[in-house]
Design a protein around this ligand. Structure first.
Ligand code: PEP
Length: 254
């Protein structure tokens, strides 16, 4: 048994600021963000704020990542950034497949798979977001939807070492709605995701960190983190308040 009580999986608390934040918020995080030893803390600010936050946290245990990258290494893609640019800054992670990008910016399963490969090839850790819509859940197709999203990536990226990638289960109906999945629903899906990865054959799914995302707050974090297959959180709205975010970090301590 490890110190973390869930195999070798150290809990993660990650902040997805989306298109929010400012230099003031960056400054506030650099002053007030807790530095827990029992959890990994990652911040995904806007691309504009990524350089300064990465620089500030360079010699600390706090890591940063990009919310999105384009799926080509360089070229005439106005407004985009590449995985290698993010890596060169010193950031360590990139989100890919967030439901907002899938729904609003045309990130199909195929595009997500391509971006995932570019992120991993650049030496960043991809944080692959998957999750079903309300319609899919209500029609009993939640697992199928998540499996389809996982398969699309696995078809192009054969991973042998799951300690170098992260999956975030984020049911679309729970994102930004204030209605988090129940601990049972999240646990059930996250166990299925681990099982799915296991069946793919590497036998290392116990090293894969699977985060839950969707209306996580200080008030529901303890119940969620108590589940076997919930290894931490991807936090949107509540990550914009450093005190609340610190409380969520504290909640993963157990
Ligand atoms: C997210 O967008 O990744 C997210 C989890 O958002 P929220 O916490 O606001 O639901």
């Amino acid at each position: 048994m490890s110190v973390w009580g869930r195999g070798m999986r150290k809990p993660v608390v990650a902040a997805n600021w989306k298109m929010n934040g400012s230099l003031e918020l960056c400054e506030c995080f650099t002053r007030k963000l807790a530095r827990p030893e029992f959890a990994d803390v990652w911040i995904f600010p806007s691309a504009l704020h990524l350089a300064s936050l990465t620089d500030y946290f360079r010699d600390s245990d706090i890591a940063t990542g990009a919310q999105n990258v384009w799926c080509e290494p360089e070229g005439a893609y106005t407004g985009e950034i590449s995985a290698m640019m993010v890596k060169t800054l010193g950031a360590r992670f990139a989100l890919v497949g967030h439901s907002e990008r899938r729904a609003m910016f045309g990130d199909s399963d195929a595009v997500v798979a391509k971006k995932f490969s570019k992120i991993a090839e650049a030496g960043l850790v991809p944080v692959l977001c998957v999750g079903e819509t309300l319609e899919e859940r209500e029609s009993g197709l939640a697992f199928e939807a998540v499996h389809r999203q996982l398969n699309a990536v696995e078809d192009v990226w054969e991973c042998q070492d799951y300690s170098h990638e992260v999956i975030a289960y984020e049911p679309v109906w729970a994102i930004g709605t204030g209605k988090a999945a129940t601990a049972e629903i999240a646990q059930e899906m996250q166990a299925r995701i681990r099982d799915h990865i296991d069946r793919k054959g590497s036998g290392k799914s116990d090293e894969l960190r699977i985060l839950y995302g969707g209306s996580v707050k200080a008030s529901n974090a303890s119940e969620l983190i108590a589940q076997n297959d919930i290894d931490g959180f991807l936090v949107g709205g509540a990550s914009l308040d450093v005190d609340e975010f610190n409380q969520i970090c504290e909640a993963v301590k157990s």
